[in-house]
Write a protein that binds this ligand. Structure first.
Ligand code: APR
Length: 263
């Protein structure tokens, strides 16, 4: 049950969405906590347990892709990582993911940029989605950007070789120290420049360039709406702060928008 203060804030968020022209969303790991996937930071976070990974993961991969793949395919990962991989494999969309797909259908969300690699927004039916940190189900060539679902690619050698250009294939997930694939980054920047309203959902807003997208909307005079049980470094720049879980707040936002549409 949402308290009165939160319900009034959701009403204000609904008004902002209705009065805006081009709304986008930036989502983070908090969106998928109610699907059983732990966040990275804060309570129960993966990095909270394991420590933040080094910022040079990509450089380490490039130095010895064969060793990286051998380690990846071996089963001597730390238990927290295998638990995380299991949670990813078993997760299904929660009410927050479905609410965003409905928001898009209603015309109150034009584009969704997610930092999550779990694919749950697409599974829930969202159409206009950019996965700025990639997708754990996919593989990608570091040369030509060729991407393929991992179930459609037989790893016959390590490191696997791109069938298109002969360069090395890696996991699609963007590693620390790896540039965001340029085509994906361009889409995210273009969509952000079009936006006069951004929903900031379940992210600690600590990893760039994703965390800088709300700042662009702010500098362009747009509206910022944050949903997070805790405050973040973006909270003070937001027009509305919804201190709650996305799995509860976003469905409440939909029901308010649906009611006002039917009046
Ligand atoms: N609903 C909404 N927000 C939640 C919920 C919930 N149910 N549960 C937790 N949160 C919030 C936390 O308060 C926190 O602010 O979600 C945020 C999760 O922050 P992070 O774990 O840092 O995740 P994220 O912001 O997505 O991290 C960005 O860091 O390690 C990299 O590549 C990784 O994409 C990830 C990036």
């Amino acid at each position: 049950m949402l308290n009165l203060e939160l319900q009034e804030a959701i009403e204000r968020a609904a008004q902002l969405l209705k009065s805006s022209r081009y709304r986008i969303a930036l989502t983070g790991a908090g969106m998928s906590v109610e699907s059983g996937i732990p966040p990275f930071r804060g309570t129960g976070g993966l990095w909270t347990k394991l420590g933040e990974p080094p910022m040079t993961g990509y450089q380490t991969f490039l130095q010895d892709p064969k060793a990286w793949w051998e380690n990846r395919l071996s089963d001597d990962q730390p238990s927290e990582m295998t638990d995380f991989q299991l949670a990813l494999a078993n997760a299904t969309p929660n009410n927050g993911h479905y609410a965003l797909a409905t928001l898009e259908t209603m015309g109150f969300l034009q584009y969704l940029i997610t930092q999550n690699v779990d694919g749950l927004h697409t599974d829930a039916g969202s159409q206009n989605v950019a996965e700025i940190h990639g997708n754990t189900q996919k593989l990608r060539c570091i040369g030509c950007g060729f991407r393929i679902h991992r179930d459609e690619f037989v790893i016959s050698e390590v490191p696997p070789i791109c069938p298109e250009c002969g360069n090395i294939i890696k996991s699609d997930g963007v590693m620390f120290g790896e540039p965001i694939p340029s085509a994906t980054l361009s889409i995210c920047q273009e969509e952000t420049l079009k936006a006069d309203c951004i929903l900031i959902l379940g992210t600690s807003a600590t990893v760039h360039p994703a965390a800088s997208l709300p700042e662009i909307v702010y500098r362009n005079g747009g509206n910022l709406i944050e949903v997070n049980p805790e405050s973040t470094q973006l909270s003070s720049f937001c027009n509305v702060n919804l201190f709650g879980n996305t799995g509860e707040v976003l469905p409440a936002l939909i029901s308010i928008l649906s009611k006002s549409r039917n009046q």
